[in-house]
Design a protein around this ligand. Sequence first.
Ligand code: SIN
Length: 498
Amino acid sequence: MDSVLAPKPSVLGLRDPSLLVTDGLVAGQWRTGASGKTFSVTEPSSGEELSRCADLALLDFVEAIDSAYIGYQKFYSSTTAKERGGLLRRWNDLILENADDLAIILSSENGKTLAEAKGEVSYAASFVAWFAEEATRSYGNTIPSSYHNTTVLTFKEPVGVCGIITPWNFPAAMITRKIAPAFAAGCSVVIKPPSETPFSALALAKLALEAGIPSSCLHVVPTKDHNASLELATNPKVKKLSFTGSTGVGKMLTKLAAGTMKKVSMELGGNAPFVVFSDADLDLAVDGAMISKFRSTGQTCVCANRLLVHSSVVGEFTKKLVAKVESLKIGRGLDSSTTQGPLVNASAVAKVEEHVQDAVSKGAKLHTGGKKPAGLKGFFYEPTVLTGATTKMNVAYEETFGPLAAIFAFQTEEEALALANDTEFGLAGYFFSKDIGRVMRVAQRMQCGMVGVNTGLISAAESPFGGIKESGVGREGSKYGLAEYQNIKCVTIGNIHM
Ligand code: SIN
């Protein structure tokens, strides 16, 4: 591809250019921040600057938290669940009305293809629509008391101010998956969006305000200052911390949050096994691998990291997979013919390179890819397939977070399960089989929070998303996602004489 000029915000071709907001949102004001500084946001497809964004200061965070503390009390006491659902429904409608612009912003800052970006915007909206409904289905209990003349009731109450730290790989959906349930519950939020992709969060916030979400309940504080995350994790007014990112940072934040006993949701790293048994429908398995491995250029935390394929079908599976991988068209995300975008930055490319070199140096065989494509300026790496992967290689234990399909061969179901579970992570796992007994057995024995059987796509608003082991705690989306933003209050009413 020829040199790509970084599109400036004015030439992104947005129907509504006001959606490209470069200021932070604190206490109802769009502002450049107490420090007056800005940081550069790079377009991954070109490696050049897309725009600058306000770099807010710690003082702005503290102000946002103070405002959110007052804001949620007013919000919760002045709205019914139905009214909060109505606000979310309006926000959902605005997101869908502006989906094309939001997708352009998302694709520009993240690099994912326009088709994927549109898919993410509708995925983001689906959480808002889901929690608009869940808001009104948040029931308490009446519990038979063991004491005479006594009634026990439970109420669900909002936790209060929520600190929200989101990743760059889903700049829109990880915002809505966290804050839609927070608003449904009656909470307020202070968001630290990723510095790689702050603009989707800011555009969504603009639409949320238009929908009527009170400005005291929604603060978006872009910054490069890591102390901001520490403030969210330690400030006593913040009662809940929700983070999606690496396991290392998640552990550190959880330790800090324990200082004030905050409720935490941690969506952390994965190392998903993708198992193809000898009785699998191989075409289905290849399609599943394409989605699970190459979605967002391999940059989702539920991406297949290790492809475990029965030795009797590994040759045929590899041939079919390589054919599909070679039909991918690498390029700039905004180019409508592109089917595989860039990685987010140079260090993401270096990680894939390192995993490929390590595997090949230890005996893996390269079938396709294995290098940076010639002639492209951005952060690209060719979609890569290799076979002969073993547990001596880094890819066996570390998440590549890029377009590398490393194929391991196995002989028995026991061996496949042992390999699949040989990791400290437990986010997602996948397997393909037509044997119903095996489906039930393996689904129960895979050690992870989410299992895809005969499918490579497991994420949806109605499905609980989250991991076990070192992949984190808590669930997002689904009927369980709301509870993460609520406290249960038990009220015992004694001496009721009827
Ligand atoms: C993630 O990678 O954090 C989210 C992936 C998804 O929702 O499918």
